[in-house]
Every structure is written in structure tokens, then in C-alpha cells.
Design a protein around this ligand. Structure first.
Ligand SMILES: [Zn+2]
Length: 346
């Protein structure tokens, strides 16, 4: 068992498959088929002034909500929205006005709610560009002006690819950089065991290239898990602690904020061997020759084997990390781990 939390994942698979089918159907239609409506912040403000019976839903983390939010908003973190109706949103017909920090998570949340059958979901971007009022919790009466810079933009900026640092180091000593979850652009798909997998966009494109190259050699791979949010990591830690005790959980589950999977750039592979899914870690370890062929193709696709063993982590042949082709080739040629590479480049 490693940090990838495979236990308990089978639950809800059927629901996820249904959800995935819905997503697939939606993807074929026009943008409106996403099932929610995207409106400007001025339109949202106008709805709040002129209408009644709506609910403002802040989908950020509770700590972000506590710091500052739109008056009257309730907090339903995006990470807590799964395939079942959130308790806080009992009415599928109610007008829901969703926002987050920059407009990324609110779009994800809006899509999930629409897929669940909510019929009046409106998404209006991020609080960092909100022209209306906001309130802070009493203990934060004097918010730090540097805390949440409000850029002068008319609409929430699309997270830009260039902003992501593909060499980011996230481990127990290097927590996920602030704002990463807002910047990252995620691709989602359903894997061969019916789980929804989310991957950072560029890393996903690179993975598809790797997968194709491998298929050309008769090696078939799929993705077990990639992106995992800080909130999901927290939930997993609590789940493992309840099931297996604190010592076990502390050993095998990374502390929230310190898992490389938060970056969306770390991918866990599993294998399909002779048409059979090989999924559990112990079983995956039985195919060293297949892993060798996979690892040989990684650098040209922009990936490195992150835990080759001996760098303070157990050997994980399935855990690969996107760093971009240039860096990946250089690390492979010089035999460097990511830590060594970063230490060597000023
Ligand atoms: Zn992993």
C-alpha cells in the first residue's frame, strides 16, 4: 500500500460511470450542454439585487471562506461535492449562484451539480474580481491587504498554462504553492476501472503520447490516480486513520498539502496485461520487464520516474511525474532525481 489510497475506491464506481457517461454526452453538445449557465459578475450582482429565493454558494475551502466571502453566501467546498446531492443544497430547482477564488473551481462545481440534476446553476467566477460587497469573519476584522490581491480585470482570468511551474517540488518539506489549485487546468476522464481521473492539461497530453507509444509496443497502461486536492487528501488521511490507526495512516498517507498528487503532474499508472487489469501494488510489482519498457520511454514524453528507490521513498514503478521533455531528458541523461536536478540548477 502506498500513498495512492486505492482502498475504498471501488465504492461509488457505478455512480461515477453514470456520471462519466453524462459528461461524455455533454462533451458532444454545445457549451450550454455543460448544464449550467456562466454569467458575468455584473449579471450576478443584478440577480442578487432584483431576485429572491436564490442561494449564493462559495465553493472554496472553509479557511478561504472564513477569511472573506460574499455576504449571505454558504460554503460548499468543491472537493466535498461528489455524486450525491450536498446536504446544504436540498432543492434541485433553486437558483444557485456559484463562485470561488478565480472561477476555476466554481466551473467544476457547477458542472458536477448540473450533472446531478440541479437545473438553475449559475457560475460567476472568482471573488478576487467581485465588484460587490464582501465580509470577513470577525477575527479577521482587518484583513491583510496583501492576502488576496485583486487584479484589475473585468472577468476572471482563465488560468494560463505558462503560469504553471512544471518543475514544482511538493513533498513533506515543500507544501503545495499558494493558489496552485486555482491556476491548474484539469482534464478529466474515466479509466478502465470506472474511476474519474483528473490530470493537469499538459501532463495529460503528454500521457496520451506515452500511452500511444507504449501501445505500439504492445504495452497497455491506464491511469489510477493523478490530481488529488488538498481537501481530498485530508479526507483520505482521516479515513485511513479511522480504519487503520494513526501510525499506519501517518506512514502511508502524505499530510494534506504535501502530496505530489496535488500538483496534477504526478500520475500513477496501472497495467493491462493480456487483457487483464493489473491494479493492486503487489500485483504491479510482478512485471519488472514491462516497467522497464515504460520507464525507457518516459524522458521523451516529458516524464521522470519519481521514486526510483533510494531517495527517501520506497520504489514506486507506477508513480511518474511530468516535468517537460527538456528537463526529463536532462535528468535521465545525468541520472538525477528531481531534487538533485533542482539543486544543481540555480
Ligand atoms: Zn503516486
Amino acid at each position: 500500500m502506498s500513498t495512492n489510497g486505492k482502498k475504498g475506491k471501488k465504492q461509488g464506481v457505478a455512480v461515477l460511470i453514470q456520471l462519466a457517461l453524462l459528461l461524455l454526452l455533454c462533451a458532444c453538445g454545445d457549451r450550454g450542454a455543460a448544464g449550467y449557465r456562466q454569467i458575468t459578475q455584473d449579471e450576478a450582482l443584478q440577480m442578487m439585487e432584483e431576485q429572491t429565493g436564490y442561494l449564493i454558494v462559495d465553493v472554496r475551502r472553509p479557511d478561504e471562506f472564513a477569511r472573506r466571502h460574499i455576504p449571505g453566501a454558504i460554503n460548499v467546498p468543491d472537493e466535498t461535492i461528489g455524486s450525491e446531492m450536498p446536504e446544504a443544497l436540498p432543492d434541485r430547482e433553486q437558483v444557485l449562484l456559484l463562485y470561488c477564488r478565480s472561477g476555476n473551481r466554481s466551473k467544476q462545481a457547477a458542472r458536477k451539480l448540473a450533472d446531478m440534476g440541479y437545473t438553475n446553476v449559475y457560475e460567476f467566477g472568482g471573488i478576487n474580481t467581485w465588484p460587490g460587497e464582501t465580509v470577513a469573519e470577525p477575527e479577521e476584522a482587518a484583513p491583510d491587504p496583501n492576502d488576496e490581491p485583486a487584479p484589475d480585470e473585468d472577468s476572471p482570468a482563465e488560468p494560463s498554462e505558462a503560469a504553471l511551474d512544471y518543475l514544482v517540488l511538493v513533498d513533506k518539506n515543500h507544501p503545495l504553492p499558494e493558489g496552485w489549485e486555482d491556476e491548474i487546468r484539469l482534464e478529466r476522464f474515466t479509466n478502465a476501472v470506472g474511476d474519474e481521473v483528473r490530470v493537469e492539461k499538459t501532463a495529460y497530453e503528454a500521457y496520451l503520447g506515452l500511452k500511444e507509444d507504449l501501445a505500439g509496443q504492445g504495452v497497455y497502461v491506464d491511469l489510477d490516480s493523478a490530481f488529488r486536492s488538498v481537501a481530498e487528501q485530508q479526507a483520505m488521511l482521516e479515513d485511513f486513520t479511522a480504519r487503520y490507526g494513526e501510525a499506519y495512516a501517518g506512514t502511508y498517507v502524505a499530510q494534506p498539502g504535501t502530496s505530489e498528487h496535488h500538483t496534477g503532474l504526478a500520475l500513477d499508472l496501472f497495467l493491462i496485461v493480456d487483457g487483464r487489469i493489473v491494479y493492486e501494488n503487489e500485483d504491479l510489482m510482478r512485471y519488472p520487464e514491462i516497467w522497464a519498457r515504460i520507464h525507457a520511454l518516459l524522458p521523451d514524453c516529458g516524464f521522470i520516474l519519481r521514486y526510483p528507490g533510494g531517495n527517501g521513498y520506497p520504489y514506486e514503478p507506477w508513480h511518474i511525474r511530468y516535468v517537460g521533455p527538456d528537463a526529463a531528458r536532462e535528468m535521465a541523461e545525468r541520472g538525477l532525481t528531481l531534487e538533485e536536478y533542482l539543486a544543481a540548477s540555480p
